[in-house]
Design a protein around this ligand. Structure first.
Ligand SMILES: Cc1ncc(COP(=O)(O)O)c(C=O)c1O
Length: 415
């Protein structure tokens, strides 16, 4: 399903542009110095996909190794935790505090009395817990009943509390309990009256798009004309879309939002012309995108910058994961990580969509693999091999590469 949308960049608020534009990553980077591993993530070219779908270039930023946490989310939650902590410490000491001073014995003493909290599908909670751990604060993370045991255990928080119900219910529960206990809620989704902290989380993500643009410039590649961004509540897509638009000029890049058809809250919002919740029915394997209510700030931004909202099926996501795995240079993508590629394949398989979005042999596509195999058992189940075996270049038994079948079909059939 696709909902075309007319962007109206002039309605983007100055505050959102300032937060997520060219200055955004400059504010985030000093905090990255507190992490043990701050190497940039790779930007890879996928010429076989470009060929198959009839565009000039497909680039993919692989966030699977980001800060050792397995997803781009490492950049957001931890940064928000550190920024909030710094402000609280400055108020407490009635003095300015540098980033380096956030881990001094004085800071640690203050940190011992602070607890950070959030709801998560997995990746955001991992980031919040890591930020708290680096500082010496406590973390309590809420997960809903659909989060697999493997993902819950990987969060690494002091406490992980399981809530009956879906993601939206866990968000409400984290809000209620944190208010009751005086914990600091670092949510990646926003609502009326709670916008500042999710905006900080989104600012953290801008590091990755700016890094991708530097890598593109260093290698003298064509800058992206289209970016396909997978969305849960929309914080990620809004952040990257604004950052790319502010860097490249909003008229020079089209943003396409990709959601699972089973949890398409932004798609239904675009259709309705206002923020709208999606009625939950069946869970999706794209677990990190399983959100039924858009983030208020993200919707406001996406409404101003997006050219189309498209949905992908469960099989589309599985196909994209395998496509990323079985290539000369394998890319390990979890179900949600592969959704951007699934969106590109869906869009380019339809003549009308290609024409409306100007997807042709001059187009340069940017995709972001937002996560690695964050649930290795589920990855192996879908791909047929463990991430380690895929990286060794092994092919699953019985697999026949059907390149011809995948080739872009000029009649407009979906690959
Ligand atoms: C791997 C991955 N991709 C994409 C998203 C979507 O981000 P957002 O919920 O900000 O839209 C998430 C969110 O948790 C995620 O973990």
């Amino acid at each position: 399903m696709i909902q075309f949308h007319t962007p109206h960049y002039p309605t983007l608020r100055k505050a959102d542009r300032d937060l997520l534009g060219t200055e955004g990553p400059e504010l985030v980077r000093p905090y990255l110095g507190l992490w043990p591993d701050t190497r940039p993530t790779p930007l890879l070219s996928m010429p076989e996909v470009a060929d198959a779908v009839g565009v000039r270039q497909v680039l993919i930023k692989d966030e699977g190794s980001r800060l050792g946490l397995g997803s781009f989310k490492a950049l957001g939650g931890a940064y928000a935790v550190m920024t909030i902590f710094r402000k609280r410490l400055e108020d407490h000491l009635a003095d300015t505090v540098s980033v380096a001073q956030l881990i001094t014995p004085t800071a640690r003493k203050f940190a011992a009395g602070m607890t950070f909290c959030c709801a998560t599908d997995g990746n955001h909670g991992k980031s919040v817990a890591m930020g708290a751990r680096i500082l010496g604060c406590r973390s309590v993370i809420f997960v809903h009943e659909g989060v697999t045991q493997a993902r819950a255990e990987a969060i690494g928080a002091d406490r992980v509390l399981r809530v009956k119900g879906n993601y939206d219910v866990s968000v409400a529960e984290a809000q209620r309990v944190s208010a009751e206990r005086g914990w600091v809620l670092v949510s990646d989704t926003s609502w009326d009256g709670y916008e500042d902290i999710p905006s900080l989380v989104a600012q953290g993500y801008t590091v990755l798009s700016t890094e991708a643009l530097s890598q593109i410039a260093e290698r003298s590649l064509q800058p992206p004309t289209h970016v396909f961004l997978q969305a849960g509540v929309g914080g990620f897509a809004s952040s990257i879309a604004v950052n790319l638009g502010e860097n490249l000029g909003h008229d020079n890049i089209k943003t396409i939002v990709v959601e699972p058809e089973r949890a398409a809250c932004l798609y239904v919002s675009a259709k309705a012309g206002r923020l709208t919740a999606f009625p939950p029915a069946e869970p999706t394997i794209m677990a990190m995108l399983e959100c039924y209510t858009p983030s208020l700030v993200a919707w406001r931004i996406l409404d101003a910058v997006v050219s189309a909202f498209i949905t992908v099926s469960e099989e589309d996501a599985r196909h994209a994961m395998r496509k990323l795995a079985f290539r000369d240079e394998p890319i390990i993508a979890g179900e949600s990580g592969a959704a951007g590629l699934a969106g590109l394949l869906a869009a380019t398989g339809d003549e009308n969509v290609r024409a409306r979005l100007g997807l042709n042999e001059t187009s340069s596509i940017l995709l972001i693999n937002t996560e690695g195999a964050t649930d290795p058992a589920s990855y192996e189940n879908i791909v047929g091999l463990s991430p380690e075996r895929v990286l060794q270049g092994v092919m699953p038994a019985g697999r026949i590469e059907k390149t011809a079948e995948f080739k872009f079909n000029r009649k407009g059939d979906r690959p």
